[in-house]
Design a protein around this ligand. Structure first.
Ligand code: DC
Length: 247
């Protein structure tokens, strides 16, 4: 099924989209913007990660190809999915599932579910309803191309695979996972390939997106560059990157 995305529902709230591969810095920059602007946050990768968690809980096999009846089950779960992001947590019907969706195994499950057009379609409406006043910062792979094509400001971040593997490894170690750069490097390569080559909503810059290579930038430098573009596109006063990243 490859029906074109429906037009987004009309929303008065401005949207900033940040897309890019894993480890490019989009989550860090998104949270920096949210803290400064006081806007809502949609971390769309968490949707696929939570669906992976629900699949594991339900014993749904995600080996390729995924069975038709399992695709139907996943789409039904996606259509009902209700998440909230607050205080650094990801809440699924009141349960904070953040710790359970951050492992590499959870990322792997998410990456097997993400190519399914039926699931992506089922998630569209909910994602679009996140665009509420005063505004939304949304990060992922297809925020600027498919989910919010009318966004006020679109950003696409890239970085070399070594830098991305180093960052992911540091993030995972901070969360208490025992991982090596070599392992993360291998997995990133495989996931990049899946994200770039899938038929539906592949990872690519939206037309007119501000593209930034963060390989040799600190988080603060990247936030300064993105903030300047956000202020211009969203007609906002200067956004200070001071005191970033917050501890
Ligand atoms: O950003 P992340 O690592 O949490 O994303 C998990 C998986 O979900 C990854 O394989 C890419 C996929 N994804 C997607 O296809 N579309 C999005 N908007 C966000 C994530």
């Amino acid at each position: 099924m490859s029906s074109p995305p429906r037009q987004p529902e009309i929303s008065a709230a401005p949207v900033i989209t940040l897309d890019g591969p894993s480890g490019s810095g989009k989550g860090t920059i998104a949270r920096g913007l949210v803290a400064r602007l006081g806007w809502h946050y949609l971390e769309s990768g968490a949707l696929y990660r939570v669906l992976g968690l629900l699949a594991a809980r339900d014993g749904i096999a995600l080996g390729a190809p995924i069975a038709e009846r399992d695709i139907a089950k996943l789409s039904a779960l996606a259509a009902r999915l209700q998440l909230s992001f607050r205080d650094g947590g990801v809440f699924l019907e009141g349960e904070d599932v953040n710790a359970q969706i951050r492992s590499e195994a959870a990322g792997e499950r998410a990456s097997r579910i993400a190519p399914l057009p039926e699931v992506r379609e089922a998630l569209l409406g909910w994602q679009r309803r996140c665009a509420r006043p005063p505004g939304l910062v949304a990060d992922g792979r297809d925020m600027g191309t498919v989910v919010f094509p009318g966004a006020a400001c679109k950003v696409f971040l890239t970085a070399g695979v070594e830098a991305r593997a180093r960052r992911r490894c540091a993030q995972l170690k901070e969360l208490g996972f025992n991982v090596s750069i070599a392992q993360i490097h291998r997995e990133l390569g495989e996931r990049d390939r899946r994200d770039l080559s899938r038929a539906v909503s592949p990872l690519k810059p939206a037309e007119g997106a501000f593209q930034l290579d963060t390989t040799s930038l600190s988080a603060a430098e990247a936030l300064v560059a993105v903030s300047a573009r956000v202020a211009r596109d969203c007609n906002l006063p200067e956004i200070s990157a001071g005191n970033f990243p917050e501890s």
